[in-house]
Ligand binder design. Structure first.
Ligand code: ADP
Ligand code: FBP
Length: 312
């Protein structure tokens, strides 16, 4: 069983528009609503691929009720902790003409100390039935900056493998706890290593340094360029397939869903790397967030090549 956690769950709302002009009246062509936030999205992708997945996090207020109802409709297995605050709304504006994507992300509720403690207790009980935990997304206010580092240490003591996908200081501290997998995107790589890593050699050097800390799979997702993976045996590159891009929001979550799903099945990790890129790209071809089509993933995997660019 894979468990995913979303400390800052959201209603993910997508507005499709013909244009978006600041300072003008803009009309919405179509509105979509989903239960979201990174861990929930990862769980949706794992469920679509056929994996056994459970998803938890904090939810509260009418938005929290909506998130639970939406996930219920999708028959997702959930175990949320109810909070006093109100869950956030994350808005994606998708411009049909220019294909531009604009994201407006609320920062979400404040978590009280007793709610955080409840979460730590819940995680502890959930370890009994989980081989993997996915910790994803921004930290809500009130939760310690070391939250992911604390959870990672707790899970590792129980023999659970941790995949971490977050940003900024939470990522830096999380990395110090040595999760099994990290998946920074280009912005997060810069935050993590403190310098622009535009050249491939810089990325490889940074990835190797992080891997040597003991992180088994350092996975750099690089948008339309695909991804670079560093593990103890080498450095691997997978180029993204050419697709008709509709909405890239959730591609990182789909990437992580595909990666953890395939790793949890065992076998060669290079297959899991291809699944990750195929899922990320399959997501970018859809309007909805982290709602990949299994058939698209399977056909993209056949197109993908993985290249070992360095032995270690
Ligand atoms: N424009 C694109 N074309 C094809 N694949 C894409 C595109 N954007 C993202 N992807 C796929 O999604 C994966 C994750 O995207 P990325 O933008 O790196 O993550 P995040 O959403 O976390 O910023 C990429 O590795 C790639 O496989
Ligand atoms: O928790 P954060 O970092 O605020 O991000 C939340 C947003 O990230 C998403 O999960 C998408 O993330 P990715 O594009 O990185 O996969 C949205 O669904 C959500 O609204």
């Amino acid at each position: 069983m894979i468990t995913t956690i979303t400390l800052n769950a959201a209603i993910d709302q997508v507005y499709e528009m013909n244009s978006l002009m600041l300072g003008e009246t803009n009309r919405v062509l179509q509105k979509l609503q989903q239960g979201g936030g990174k861990g929930i999205n990862v769980a949706r992708v794992i469920q679509t691929l056929g994996g056994e997945v459970f998803t938890g996090g904090f939810v509260g207020g009418p938005n929290g009720e909506k998130i639970k109802a939406l996930l219920n409709e999708e028959k997702m297995q959930t175990g949320f902790i109810q909070i006093e605050g109100e869950s956030r709304i994350c808005l994606t504006v998708s411009n049909k003409q220019t294909k531009e994507i604009t994201e407006l992300l609320e920062d979400g509720p404040t978590i009280h100390q007793h709610e955080w403690q409840e979460m730590l207790n819940w995680i502890e009980t959930q370890t009994e039935r989980s081989e993997y935990f996915v910790l994803s997304g921004s930290l809500p206010k009130g939760v310690p900056m070391a939250a992911y580092a604390m959870i990672t240490r707790l899970l590792k003591q129980k023999g659970v493998r941790v995949a971490l996908d977050t940003s900024g200081e939470a990522l830096k501290q999380g990395v110090e706890a040595i999760p099994f997998i990290i998946k920074p995107n280009e912005d997060e790589i810069v935050q993590l290593i403190g310098k622009q890593a535009v050249a491939q050699d810089d990325l490889i050097q940074a990835g190797e340094k992080i891997q040597e800390l003991g992180i088994e799979h350092v996975c750099f997702s690089l948008g339309e360029k695909g991804a670079l993976f560093v593990n103890r045996s080498g450095v691997y590159q997978v180029n993204a397939p050419k697709i008709n891009v509709v909405n890239t929001v959730g591609s990182g979550d789909a990437f992580l869903g595909g990666l953890v799903y395939k790793l949890s099945k065992g076998g060669d990790c290079t297959d899991a790397y291809k699944w990750a890129v195929a899922c990320g790209s399959a997501n970018a071809a859809e309007k909805e967030i982290a709602k990949v089509q299994k058939e698209t993933v399977q056909s993209l995997i056949k197109e993908l090549q993985i290249t070992k660019i360095k032995d270690r």
